[in-house]
Design a protein around this ligand. Structure first.
Ligand code: IPD
Ligand code: CA
Length: 301
């Protein structure tokens, strides 16, 4: 991704790298994200158990995470057999085309497990290598809020849009970017204790300088909320490509900026997002807080 995380306008409206049909990729992302979102809501078992755990005992996978990912993989493979696929759960594959689909089958799995309605399916068409920070960019994507039925969507150069039942599609625009002291800021926490220890130390230093913190529980929905001006800004350590790939583009197309701690591309170590001026103020505050945080094992990574 280019420095600063701002996506440039495409050379020709609707076309992208290697002549990709960007509106077509967005439409496919929106269609499959919506279908998977319906699946996770309508086929949720009466008793939803944890199928397995990943990085810690609280980093859970339900049967519906895997079913959602399997559905996304099958639909995308049928529509575009040459593309690669990378998902949060098991079953990635390399492709022969320039496009890799980066998906989060349920972002906000803990909310889903507890019946809290902030969870989403995220689907992004990416060019470049999504496993290398800075080496990829999203060209089209969609985030489907499964419990709410809302759909956030974008392709590069086409603006960001939200669709809600009973309303015409609405174009998204980030908020005006209030002062840091007035900013409502989203964040999130990892699943591993040593990551959280560092995150808590940083939060301790950020919180006195802002209006308040929201921990919604889905990074994709946090970023879409910033794109809509429903949150002023957002930061989090520990995100993976599938958490942010689609929502990053939604936010960029809504006029927002997403960077890492030093202002380059976001990576696992930090994602800071918001309207341009506010994003820079928050980035600087978080960087200062991070520099003062105790050097735990996490900070050294
Ligand atoms: C998580 C959510 C959460 C964020 C975590 C993510 P998951 O994704 O986006 O808001 O704080 O860092 O791992 O596990 O629900 O797909
Ligand atoms: Ca996720």
């Amino acid at each position: 991704m280019r420095p600063g995380g701002q996506l440039p306008a495409p050379e020709r409206a609707g076309s992208g790298p290697a002549g990709l049909d960007l509106p077509g990729l967005e439409a496919l992302a929106a269609e499959v994200a919506s279908e998977a979102a319906r699946l996770v809501v309508e086929e949720r078992p009466a008793r939803l158990d944890v199928a397995r755990t990943k990085s810690s005992a609280t980093d859970v996978v339900t049967v519906m995470d895997q079913r959602s990912q399997d559905l996304l993989r099958a639909r995308l493979r049928a529509a575009r057999p040459d593309d690669g696929f990378l998902g949060e759960e098991e079953g990635g594959r390399a492709g022969a085309s320039p496009v890799t689909w980066v998906v989060d089958p349920i972002d906000g799995t803990v909310n889903y497990l507890y019946g809290i309605p902030s969870y989403a399916v995220s689907v992004a068409a990416v060019v470049g290598d999504p496993s290398v920070p800075g080496a990829w960019e999203t060209v089209a994507g969609a985030v489907a809020g499964a419990a709410t039925g809302e759909l956030f969507r974008a392709h590069r150069g086409g603006g960001a849009w939200v669709e809600r039942a009973g309303a015409p599609p609405a174009r998204l625009q980030v908020g005006a970017g209030s002062e840091l002291a007035q900013a409502l800021v989203g964040t999130g926490f990892g699943y591993e204790a040593h990551v959280r220890e560092w995150q808590a130390a940083v939060l301790l230093r950020v919180l006195p300088s802002i209006r308040d913190i929201r921990r919604i529980g889905s990074a994709a929905l946090d970023l879409c909320a910033v794109a809509e001006g429903a949150l002023d800004a957002y930061f989090e350590r520990g995100l993976h490509a599938w958490d942010l790939a689609a929502a990053w583009l939604v936010l960029a197309e809504a006029g927002g900026v997403v960077t890492g701690l030093a202002g380059g591309p976001p990576d696992w170590s930090m994602v800071v997002a918001g309207p341009p001026d506010l994003q820079e103020r928050l980035r600087s505050l978080v960087a200062e807080a991070a520099a003062q945080a105790p050097r735990t094992r996490q900070a050294a990574e």
